[in-house]
Design a protein around this ligand. Structure first.
Ligand code: SP5
Ligand code: ZN
Length: 335
């Protein structure tokens, strides 16, 4: 299988994140990428497809903010990392504010996603890997893998969060639409709900979004991913949320994934994007499902049996010692 990764993706490296009221090591470390590369035997550098496919799913003012945030933070004389602390939760009037803290709140979902001088370049490169995998599949590859780090599925059209800045799955799906696929499906099997992907396609009937994830009643991102969220307008019925309890093992996960795959088959997708998170693994330090390494090829074979051209993009997975073998195990199911 063709695999894509750009070294620029490893440059975004916040030191710490806010966790349970204190600062801890940032879980979404650059070493995640090296662990995966070591296990899958390296990856190709993606072509540069430019900013247009990113601008097709994100607002221009948000992308400018990603480019500028660390500089504005530094110019404000701040030590430490660019982290928001105030959020415009009561309405979102389009105020033309310029103080960095106002911008950070305006464009962030949470306070766990510090922005650095390298964030934009790393996110841009991560999106290029997703685009390369998508174009490989459009050119006839059965499946291709984008080692997307930073991940993407918590990022919306105009916000970052959950370690995500550019929504790589959305960029991939939109690129497939723009290349002529009439209908595209996204299957999200990261432990966390992909709120950003859901938001981006919420009112769209041409991109189906199906997600298996920890019940947001107990897990981040809390405010999205509940079973009654089905999309709106043209998109009504094109969002499928399958929340699962903490402790979920392969049998229940596989049964629910079959429901998602059946819905994708009924939708009639021409191309599939898989948002793959290895944070469903039993030893993940921030997650609470109980999948084993041997479960991943089983899930992958079920997905491959759909028979759709499939672009796989990396999302979460934080047990670095096991990450490479879990990703390799998943990809082996597409051979
Ligand atoms: C892409 C993805 O999997 N994002 C997950 C975001 C989860 N954020 C909420 C949980 C934060 C836990 N932080 C643990 C820090 C350990 N040092
Ligand atoms: Zn996750």
């Amino acid at each position: 299988m063709r695999r894509y990764f750009s070294p620029a993706q490893a440059t975004h490296a916040p030191a710490q994140e806010l966790h349970n009221g204190a600062f801890t090591d940032y879980a979404e470390k650059p070493s995640r990428a090296q662990a995966i590369l070591d296990a899958i035997g390296g990856a190709e550098q993606p072509d540069d497809f430019g900013a247009a496919p990113i601008e097709a799913v994100h607002d221009a003012d948000y992308l400018a903010f990603l480019r500028d945030a660390a500089r504005l933070w530094e110019e404000a004389g701040r030590p430490g990392q660019a982290i928001p602390y105030a959020f415009p939760i009561v309405g979102r009037r389009p105020l033309a504010l310029s103080r960095v803290d106002a911008l950070l709140g305006r464009y962030s979902l949470d306070a766990t996603t510090p922005l650095t001088h390298q964030t934009w370049a790393a996110g841009y490169a991560s999106a290029q890997s997703a685009l390369a995998a998508t174009h490989a599949v459009l050119a006839g590859e059965r499946a291709a893998f984008a080692l997307c780090r930073p991940p993407g599925h918590h990022a919306g059209r105009d916000y970052c969060g959950g370690y995500c800045h550019i929504n790589v799955a959305a960029v991939a799906a939109q690129a497939a639409r723009d290349a002529g696929c009439a209908r595209v499906a996204i299957l999200d099997i990261d432990y966390h709900h992909g709120n950003g992907t859901q938001d981006i396609f919420w009112q769209r009937g041409d991109v189906f979004y199906a997600s298996l994830h920890a019940d947001p009643a107990t897990d981040y991102p809390f405010f999205w991913g509940h079973a009654d969220e089905v999309g709106e307008g043209e998109g009504r019925g094109a969002t499928l949320n399958l929340p699962l309890p903490q402790g979920t093992r392969i049998d229940a996960f596989r049964t629910e994934q079959e429901r998602a795959l059946a819905a994708i088959a009924r939708f009639g997708a021409d191309l599939l994007v898989v948002s793959f998170g290895a944070d469903t693994w039993e030893g993940d330090p921030i997650s609470r499902f109980k999948l084993t390494t041997d479960d991943y090829p089983v899930l992958a074979r079920d997905i491959a049996a759909l028979g759709l051209p499939t672009a796989i993009v990396m999302e979460g997975g934080y047990a670095i010692d096991a990450l490479g073998r879990n990703v390799a195990a998943f990809l082996s199911g597409f051979d």
